[in-house]
Write a protein that binds this ligand. Structure first.
Ligand code: ZN
Ligand code: ZN
Length: 281
């Protein structure tokens, strides 16, 4: 499968000269299976550019959209996703429990005074709500997509994509902690990420920053490194960069995580997600 990052930033889009290397758009990841299926994780601001790209690829009309949760930074790009305005596109929605309501609400004129001039019924694409149960396991040809509950305010889901013997795990907006919360514990995440070829995990904070941000639903370099070591993952990619983090600051996050991994003599590679970069598994 191919994995491309269209948005890597957390919380709010952060364009500017200080974020050109790792990107300023919020969460959006495209997965293309070996059989040619297109899946997208989240509809942050990065989905606007992805939509423009899809409109230039005439062979793709079916899109599987997996929503981790419906906080604004993961949803706000949706009204600018070009395929929604074309009747020949078919979007199959899946993921977190309230993803369909969240998607509709962003177009609602009844929500506060309305967020956008476009109404949900103006969208021309066919949009299928999630099946029942909405958080179930999905099969896309040979790819198994399995969800895992996040430790995040209002909840959410992470996903594991398995194709043949290759595993890609995506967990953003997830606060790892020894004690666990929201019904899951650290060991649950270790099991879910076991032997991942690529593990993408939220690493918004340095440890000293996370102290005053407990309960906000994000992780730091120490806990993410610990997860990577315990899972035997091969490649760790840090994600959901803090909006105030410059490119230089993201490099510091990588090096602090590397220090933790070196303490455990881990040979895992660690990097930070870069907008526009492609991973082939
Ligand atoms: Zn977020
Ligand atoms: Zn969130």
């Amino acid at each position: 499968m191919n994995i491309r990052f269209w948005g890597t930033r957390g919380s709010i889009a952060s364009p500017g000269p200080d974020t050109v290397v790792f990107g300023g758009n919020t969460t959006c990841v495209e997965i293309t299976t070996n059989s040619g299926r297109t899946a997208i994780i989240d509809a942050g601001t990065g989905i606007r550019n992805l939509g423009d790209s899809l409109l230039k690829r005439p062979d793709i009309k079916l899109i599987h959209l997996f929503m981790t949760h419906i906080h604004w930074d993961h949803l706000v790009g949706l009204p600018f996703f070009g395929p929604l305005f074309h009747p020949d596109f078919h979007v199959v929605l899946n993921g977190c429990r309230k993803c369909f309501e969240g998607l509709k609400r962003i177009f609602s004129r009844d929500y506060i005074d309305g967020s956008w001039p476009v109404r949900f019924q103006d969208l021309r694409a066919r949009i299928d709500p999630p099946g029942e149960p909405p958080m179930g396991i999905i099969t896309l040809d040979e790819v198994l997509v399995e969800p895992h509950r996040l430790q995040h305010p209002q909840g959410g889901l992470g996903f594991r994509f398995t194709e043949g013997n290759k595993k890609f795990v995506f967990l953003t907006d997830n606060e790892l902690s020894e004690e666990g919360w929201d019904g899951s514990c650290f060991g649950d995440f270790v099991n879910f990420c076991q032997d991942a070829d690529v593990l993408v995990h939220d690493c918004q904070y340095l440890p000293e920053e996370s102290v005053s941000r407990k309960g906000w639903g994000h992780s730091d370099t120490i806990t993410v490194a610990k997860l990577a070591v315990e899972t035997g993952a091969k490649r760790l990619i840090l994600f959901h960069h803090d909006p105030w983090r410059t490119d230089e600051g993201v490099e510091l996050v990588i090096s602090r995580c590397r220090e933790e991994l070196d303490r455990d003599n881990s040979k895992i590679t660690v990097e930070a997600a870069r907008e526009g970069s492609l991973i082939t598994l």
